[in-house]
Design a protein around this ligand. Structure first.
Ligand code: CA
Length: 227
């Protein structure tokens, strides 16, 4: 489990890192709101611990920007000011939970654990993965080895379907019915094959490990290639 901690006070940041690393989490610390936002948009984290009071760009601004981008990473905000307004503002901005400073580390660890549990279910619905391919269903962003792939709407739907059925053979009948929503498959065979070819070009051509395979007599299968 990978955590991003955004905290500008070095002593607090260090203490947070120590306690979370002690819980076997992989922790990255960002010392400013800008750096926190930069990291959060370029790397994947299972949860973010975000201090509200940061110089220049504060935690609420970072949080609002992340949510505006469709980022659903669970966020625990840390606030020094125990006022209702501050907490409500944090939760309104898309925070999942908050802690008021000063807090006990055992409390922080318990909150982070709960956040990760809740986040996992949501994330499983929103993120699909096969090998080094990552699909964010909500934002429709597809990455392979951190390279964004530019897919059309139909190509995206086709890939999503294949990945959701990874390891299982997918027939042209299934694709016609579920992706094209057309029961008359025979008229679609060419169209399906053309789309598969285009998808392969974008998903597999540049990479050694192929993900979209032909299953002779059946159709296609998405899986990590054995070789
Ligand atoms: Ca601070």
């Amino acid at each position: 489990m990978r955590l991003l901690v955004v905290e500008d006070e070095p002593k607090v940041a260090e203490a947070l890192r120590d306690v979370l690393v002690g819980e076997q989490y992989d922790v990255l610390v960002a010392g400013t709101g800008d750096e926190g936002f930069f990291r959060a948009t370029r790397e994947r984290f299972d949860a973010i611990v975000l201090d509200i009071m940061l110089p220049h760009r504060d935690g609420l601004d970072v949080l609002t920007s992340l949510r505006a981008r469709g980022d659903i990473t669970p966020v625990l905000i840390l606030t020094a000011r125990d006022t209702v307004d501050d907490r409500v503002l944090g939760l309104d901005s898309g925070a999942d939970d908050y802690l008021v400073k000063p807090f006990a580390f055992t409390e922080l660890v318990a909150r982070v654990r709960a956040l990760l549990r809740r986040g996992r279910n949501a994330a499983e619905m929103q993120h699909l993965r096969v090998a080094d391919l990552d699909i964010d269903v909500r934002t429709r962003r597809v990455m392979r080895e951190s390279v964004p792939l530019d897919l059309t709407t139909r190509e995206f739907e086709l890939l999503e379907y294949l990945v959701r059925h990874q390891g299982q053979p997918v027939s042209r009948d299934m694709l016609a019915r579920d992706v094209w929503r057309e029961p008359h498959r025979t008229t679609l065979d060419n169209v399906i094959d053309v789309h598969i070819a285009r998808l392969r070009k974008k998903v597999d051509a540049e990479f050694d490990a192929k993900l979209i395979h032909t299953v002779r007599g059946v159709g296609f299968m998405c899986r990590e290639s054995a070789s």
